[in-house]
Design a protein around this ligand. Structure first.
Ligand code: PGA
Length: 252
């Protein structure tokens, strides 16, 4: 069975004491959620240990926001999949649009990160999405298709539940604007078709989650769509109350 996923991407926010407080409030808020959901927190590297200590024995899992593709060596400033697993991460977010846009991550870098992570046993959330300019030029499907196909190139997936695709239209991230559920569903259905063509019908187990100004007010309609299996949440995940409400709605 495919579980919905709700992941909080904290980006470059939260000092350690803030991370502690936010995590504590989230854990107590989601403790009573009975539905089987994957609930992930992705704090900055500097707070991974704080969050790890607090989520032990709870249903919340730890994710990194980024990862490097080599195991060890002279790569100043980088962190390998093995190091993240050692730090308690089960997941890593790869190819977020802020990394693609601000830090110049290309499709080929994203692919290397995916392969290295899966090889080492780190599950991945791979982000794809078009910019506003690309959308206005009618290129949404073309861009998303090429990002997804590139991410999946030469990939052998043993367990589809360990591979998640996040569709995050860049123009909807942190802007308060979001794709309508129908707009998002159209792109998700296209992604589903691509994974189906590459891996066959079993790959229905790959979750395709939506990100971009997800909040308490719109999560329900988004999750009502056939091919939306959860959400990657930025701003609304920095507040325990709204994150917990989103998790609860997702669990209904
Ligand atoms: P947002 O961020 O919810 O603040 O739009 C989403 C994301 O970038 O993952």
């Amino acid at each position: 069975m495919k579980k919905n996923m709700i992941a909080g991407n904290w980006k470059m926010n939260m000092l350690r004491h803030e991370a502690r407080e936010l995590t504590q409030n989230i854990i107590s808020g989601v403790a009573k959620v009975k539905h089987d959901l994957d609930i992930l927190l992705a704090p900055p590297f500097t707070s991974l240990d704080v969050v790890r200590g607090l989520i032990e024995g709870t249903k919340v899992k730890l994710s990194a926001q980024n990862v490097f593709w080599e195991d060890r060596g002279a790569f100043t400033g980088e962190i390998s999949p093995a190091m993240l697993i050692d730090a308690g991460c089960e997941w890593a977010i790869i190819g977020h649009s802020e990394r693609r846009g601000i830090l110049g991550e290309t499709d080929s870098i994203v692919r290397k990160k995916i392969k290295a992570s899966l090889n080492d046993g780190l599950n991945v959330i791979v982000c794809v999405g078009e910019t506003l300019e690309e959308r206005e030029q009618g290129k949404t499907i073309k861009i998303v298709q090429s990002q997804v196909e590139s991410a999946l190139m030469d990939l052998e997936l043993e367990d589809y539940s360990k591979f998640v695709i996040a569709y995050e239209p860049v123009w909807a991230i942190g802007t308060g604007k979001n794709a309508t559920p129908e707009e998002a569903e159209h792109v998700h259905a296209t992604i589903r078709e691509i994974t189906g063509n590459i891996f066959g019908q079993d790959s229905d187990l790959i979750r395709i989650i939506y990100g971009g100004s997800v909040k308490v007010d719109n999560i329900k309609e988004l999750l009502a769509m056939d091919n939306i299996d959860g959400a990657l949440i930025g701003g609304a995940g920095l507040n325990a109350e709204s994150f917990v409400k989103i998790v609860k709605i997702a669990g209904e």
